[in-house]
Design a protein around this ligand. Structure first.
Ligand SMILES: Nc1ncnc2c1ncn2[C@@H]1O[C@H](COP(=O)(O)OP(=O)(O)OP(=O)(O)O)[C@@H](O)[C@H]1O
Ligand SMILES: O=P(O)(O)OC[C@H]1O[C@H](OP(=O)(O)OP(=O)(O)O)[C@H](O)[C@@H]1O
Length: 302
């Protein structure tokens, strides 16, 4: 591949490894963005659109998009703030995966058990900017003199080992299930921010001509995300109970209600959030709904 083959193509950055990589590949497949990635190459031409995928470390994607080197990208909200790129990129869509929290952690059995207690001590992190900003405020609130301020030290990985190694009194790191934290004998004493994966667009004006293609990709990805969040719920209910049933399944705009051949009965179809489906079914049974069926969505536009 040479640089010419990228001419006129929209560049779309995808995390090359790590927690977000697999999910991004699923999203691309769901949005019918087809590509063949050659072994070890970090650029792949999309076969069915004028797009090239650029596989980059998640933490580098905010600045590539923010500076306009690539037009679109998927990365974590956390790394956008860490790269101080929030004013240079537009978060077009929240993607609902890669959910985690950046938390202040200390040894469970240690002498320090509060953020105020940790202030002025040594904190190790991969998120220097966010941790630095957080403890600058804590130090200011506690009126720490310059020499007493919290010392933030950067490490590129294995942050959770820093306390056990005697390098830190506390750390600031990402937590999802909490397994890594607990395995290292740590617990969280504060949350700096919540994060999830986001689709970001460059704010650089020269990319205006790509707007229709960006809008199409955004809409396709939004459809795949919505399809994962919703199911279709269908059931039969008497007209007398329709009002109560519709209150349980109002749908996104409104449910579809169709007459049944049986006098006094209707069939109802509505989109329902997947994570509420069990309680929705319980409630429907209580108001007399019958033949309740749940269907997964492959894809949708909402
Ligand atoms: N445990 C987790 N659960 C959910 N999302 C996470 C988790 N850890 C990280 N993330 C999200 O994924 C992004 C990339 O993190 P990940 O640890 O996969 O990085 P990476 O690309 O493997 O880089 P490195 O391992 O070099 O730090 C983070 O910025 C965050 O938004
Ligand atoms: O709360 P948990 O579910 O245990 O997840 C948290 C861990 O996940 C991330 O690291 P990851 O495992 O992606 O590897 P990395 O340290 O190489 O980035 C993060 O840096 C934490 O260490």
């Amino acid at each position: 591949m040479n640089a010419d083959s990228l001419d006129g193509r929209l560049l779309f950055a995808i995390p090359k490894k790590g927690r977000l990589h697999e999910k991004c590949l699923e999203l691309l497949a769901g949005a019918d963005i087809q590509f063949r990635r050659h072994n070890r190459l970090d650029v792949a031409l999309v076969l069915n659109h004028p797009v090239a995928l650029v596989f980059l470390p998640a933490s580098d994607i905010p600045s590539f998009v923010g500076k306009g080197n690539v037009d679109l990208g998927i990365t974590g909200h956390d790394v956008i703030l860490e790269a101080q790129m929030e004013e240079h990129v537009e978060e077009a869509l929240r993607l609902g995966f890669g959910k985690c929290a950046l938390q202040v952690q200390v040894p469970e059995a240690g002498p320090i058990q509060s953020v105020d207690g940790l202030a002025g001590k040594r904190v190790v992190t991969s998120f220097e900017v966010l941790a630095g900003g957080y403890f600058t405020e804590v130090d200011a609130r506690l009126k720490k003199a310059d020499a007493e301020r919290t010392k933030i030290e950067y490490v590129g990985g294995s942050v959770e080992a820093a306390c056990a190694l005697g390098l830190a009194d506390g750390i600031v790191d990402l937590v999802e299930s909490g397994e890594t934290m607990r395995a290292a004998g740590l617990h969280a004493i504060a949350t700096v921010l919540q994060s999830e994966a986001v689709l970001i667009k460059s704010r650089v004006a020269k990319h205006e001509k790509l707007a229709p293609l960006i809008a199409m990709i955004t809409s396709r990805i939004a459809g795949v995300i919505a399809a994962g969040k919703y199911v279709i719920c269908e059931y039969n209910v008497t007209r007398a109970q329709l009002h109560a049933a519709v209150a349980i399944t109002p749908g996104r705009r409104a449910p579809t209600v169709s007459p049944l051949e049986t006098e006094g009965w209707v069939a109802v179809s509505a989109m329902v959030l997947k994570n509420t489906v069990a309680s929705v079914m319980d409630e429907l049974v209580k108001v007399g709904a019958e033949d309740i069926l749940i269907f997964n969505l492959d894809n949708c536009r909402v």
